[in-house]
Write a protein that binds this ligand. Structure first.
Ligand code: ATP
Ligand code: MG
Length: 260
C-alpha cells in the first residue's frame, strides 16, 4: 500500500506546488510509482506538468463529484514519469456545489481507496486556504509535508496549521506530520541560518536535513511546462529535491510490493 502525503501550509507561495511536483518526479526517477493530485483551482501543478486545464476531459472535479467511481478514470499519465489527476477551471465552482453534501470532506479519501494499491507515493497539492479542498487533502492523507519558507516569520504560521491538523484528526485519526521542509532558503544571509536553527530547535528530527535553496531554475521550470529534473537537471534546486526524495524514502518507505 502506498503512502498518501498532503502538502500543507495555510500561506500562499511557500513552495507547496514546487515541492509536490519536484519531489514527485524525483521519486519517479528512483522507480517509485507516483501519483500527483492537483486539488487547487489555481491549477499550478497541472500547468507545471505541461497540461492545459481547459483542455482536459476529466479532472479532480469529476473525482470529487463521483467518488464511488474511483479515481482511475481521471488519471493521466505524463511524460515526466508520474501520473496526474489534474485540476480544472470547474473546480472553482465545486466548493459551492459540495456545500450541502454529507461527508464532503471525505470524497477524495473515498475516491483514492483503490489507487493506493497502484502507487507507492500519492502526493496531494491543495490551495493555501483552509476550505473544502484542503480538508479533502488532509482527510485523505497519512502524512502532512510542511514547507516552511526561511524568513523572519517562518514559524508564525505553524500554530494555525497544527490546529488544523488537530481538527482533521477527528475524521482522520492517523494523520501525522511526515516532515517539515525548509524552502526558499537564501543561505548567504545570517537571518536564514538563524531561522533554520529555530525551526530545528522547535521541530527536531521532523525537519528534513535537506534544505531547498532559492533557485531561479525552480521558478522557471513550470513556466516552461517542464519538471525541474528535465528543465535543469544539474541545478541546485533539482539536486536538493533528489536529496529530499532519498530522505523521504528512508523515512516513509512504502509497504507491500513494488517494482524497483
Ligand atoms: N526554491 C525555490 N526557488 C525559487 N523559486 C521558487 C522556489 N520554490 C518555489 N518557487 C517559486 O515561488 C512561487 C511560489 O511557489 P509555489 O507555487 O510552489 O508555492 P505554493 O505554496 O504552492 O503557492 P500557493 O499557496 O499559491 O499554491 C512560484 O513562482 C515558484 O516557482
Ligand atoms: Mg500551489
Amino acid at each position: 500500500m502506498g503512502h498518501v502525503l498532503a502538502l500543507a501550509m495555510q500561506k500562499g507561495g511557500v513552495g507547496k506546488t514546487t515541492t509536490a511536483l519536484s519531489l514527485g518526479v524525483a521519486l519517479a526517477e528512483r522507480r517509485w510509482r507516483v501519483l500527483l493530485i492537483d486539488i487547487d483551482p489555481q491549477a499550478n501543478l497541472t500547468q507545471g506538468l505541461g497540461a492545459d486545464p481547459s483542455q482536459l476531459e476529466y479532472s479532480v472535479y469529476e473525482v470529487l463529484l463521483n467518488p464511488e467511481r474511483g479515481s482511475a478514470f481521471a488519471t493521466l499519465s505524463t511524460d515526466a514519469g508520474v501520473d496526474l489527476i489534474p485540476s480544472s477551471l470547474l473546480l472553482a465552482g465545486a466548493e459551492l456545489e459540495l456545500a450541502g453534501r454529507v461527508g464532503r470532506e471525505l470524497l477524495l479519501r473515498k475516491a483514492l481507496r483503490a489507487a493506493r494499491e497502484f502507487y507507492d507515493y500519492i502526493l496531494i497539492d491543495p490551495p493555501p486556504s483552509l476550505g473544502i479542498f484542503s480538508l479533502n487533502a488532509l482527510a485523505a492523507a497519512h502524512h502532512v509535508l510542511v514547507p516552511l519558507q526561511l524568513h523572519a516569520y517562518a514559524l508564525k504560521a505553524m500554530p494555525q496549521l497544527e490546529q488544523t491538523i488537530e481538527l482533521v484528526r477527528e475524521i482522520n485519526p492517523g494523520l501525522a506530520i511526515g516532515g517539515v521542509l525548509c524552502t526558499l532558503a537564501d543561505r548567504r544571509t545570517n537571518l536564514c541560518h538563524e531561522i533554520e536553527q529555530q525551526v530545528r530547535e522547535r521541530y527536531g528530527p521532523l525537519v528534513f536535513r535537506t534544505v531547498i535553496p532559492m533557485n531561479v531554475k525552480l521558478a522557471e521550470a513550470p513556466i516552461a511546462g517542464m519538471p525541474i529534473n528535465r528543465y535543469a537537471p544539474g541545478s541546485a534546486g533539482a539536486q536538493a529535491y533528489v536529496a529530499l526524495a532519498e530522505e523521504i524514502e528512508q523515512r516513509l518507505a512504502p509497504g507491500g510490493s513494488h517494482e524497483r
